[in-house]
Write a protein that binds this ligand. Structure first.
Ligand code: ARG
Length: 423
């Protein structure tokens, strides 16, 4: 009887760790409140060792020595910091640029692109340190848990996962109390609730606080990266972006490595107030959430790339690619970076981008970034053909009426059928 009445302990997923399986944990450690509390909590709760891993994806202003010191002080047996900016830019952001990747018409996916890399590194370092489990600080309401756990489960079936925030039922107040009790320093103090921030070299998001009130217009203090447009310089600035085969390679004529280029573009964009996004997003777990994004580099690079791509592509390629771009962005948003369809799509993106070489000028002014100049050896454009000035040559205007008659044939027939009897 008693045996039958006991609530069966069921795992909701095969990759989740049972308490007895957790001996050495690779914790994805940001240095913030959640993962700092977690670093201690895992040691107490599981009597397990913790190896902390902090990944540098170009979060502006982060002091990684401080984060590492904090991890060790909280009892981590090792604290690794990896500078993954180059890999992030080259293998994640560049493919996103080639796919003109935005989700929900506005979000350039910086977080969604970062998570599979962070989780891939978690797997590498977990193996290197002989860990049996990966721990992360994501909640049960977001997309990041999906991206991280899908990656770990895909790349390392032998590793288990724990996600303490999903289960420990501590709110911010309890976490602060726990932190005080265990001597965990709270970055920025405990007085005010901070925004929930995530950032890397491709953008920054803010969530929480008044952002959850849809009728609350942005308070100025949310913008920690981009200058508010009303405070941006009164003089516009033109920045040119050079591309080779879809990859941004130069700014204002100066050849730059991809990380430098993206950081430099962000700087210029920040100055002119470009890349502020305030939008409602459909998360894959069903929730609608409001996000404030600051994406100064993406606001310059993505429209420049899209413009150049349109210039070198045919009408048919240009119509088709948008659909594939949307699919690419959705897969990545939805945590399926390792899905073969994404790599299949990348093969198409590569093929199209083979022609995407040239330079686009963007004019930045008080929050806007607008294409103003274009140049490409591969442009499917001939000024002599398109001009209003002269006629004749290769393009025969005399041929146009014949084209129009045939082009509109079915539409005209159908229209006649639908309007017969109308006198
Ligand atoms: N809504 C965006 C996304 O799902 C940004 C999430 C930011 N992540 C965070 N942990 N604050 O990609």
């Amino acid at each position: 009887m008693a045996e039958q009445n006991r609530t069966p302990h069921t795992r909701t997923a095969s990759y989740l760790a049972e308490p007895g399986e957790v001996h050495r944990v690779l914790l994805l450690y940001s240095g913030g409140l959640d993962t700092s509390v977690m670093l201690k909590w895992i040691q107490d709760e599981y009597e397990a060792e913790v190896v902390a891993l902090t990944v540098n994806l170009g979060q502006p202003g982060e002091d990684y020595d401080v984060v590492q010191g904090k991890a060790l002080q909280l009892g981590a047996v090792a604290a690794e910091v990896v500078d993954a900016r180059e890999e992030f830019a080259r293998d994640f952001v560049v493919p996103a640029i080639k796919a003109n990747a935005v989700y929900g018409l506005a979000y350039p996916l910086f977080t969604a692109l970062g998570r599979p890399l962070i989780a891939k590194l978690a797997v590498e370092y977990a193996r290197r340190h002989g860990c049996d489990t990966v721990a992360h600080g994501c909640t049960g309401k977001g997309n990041d848990q999906v991206r991280i756990e899908a990656t770990v489960a895909t790349l390392a079936p032998e590793l288990k996962v724990i996600a303490p925030v999903r289960g420990w039922q501590m709110g911010r107040e309890e976490e602060i109390a726990y932190a005080r009790e265990h001597g965990i320093a709270i970055k920025g103090g405990a007085e005010h609730t901070p925004y929930s921030i995530d950032d890397n070299l491709w953008g920054r998001s803010s969530e929480g606080r008044w952002i959850e009130q849809l009728d609350h217009a942005p308070d100025d203090d949310v913008f920690q990266l981009v200058t508010r447009p009303e405070l941006a310089p009164d003089e516009p600035e033109i920045v040119t972006v050079g591309f080779e085969r879809g990859v941004p390679v130069a700014l204002n004529g100066e050849p730059l490595g991809i990380v430098d280029l993206l950081e430099r573009a962000a700087e210029i964009g920040c100055r002119h107030g470009v890349g502020i996004v305030d939008h409602i997003e459909d998360r894959i777990v069903g929730l609608k959430v409001r996000d404030i994004y600051e994406v100064p580099a993406a606001a310059i690079i993505l429209p420049a790339h899209a413009e150049l791509e349109r210039l070198v592509g045919t009408i048919h390629q240009n119509q088709f690619k948008g659909e594939l771009d949307r699919k690419w962005a959705y897969l990545v948003y939805a945590g399926l970076w390792w899905e073969p369809l994404r790599t299949d799509l990348d093969a198409y993106m590569e093929a199209v981008n083979a022609q995407v070489t040239g330079t686009i000028g963007m004019k930045l002014f008080k929050g806007t970034a607008r294409v103003v100049t274009r140049e490409s050896p591969n442009a499917v454009y001939d000024a002599a053909l398109s001009t209003f000035e002269t006629s004749g040559g290769l393009f025969s205007q005399q041929a146009s009426p014949g084209f129009i008659e045939l082009w509109s044939l079915q539409s005209r027939m159908a229209h006649r059928l639908r309007t017969r009897g109308e006198g």
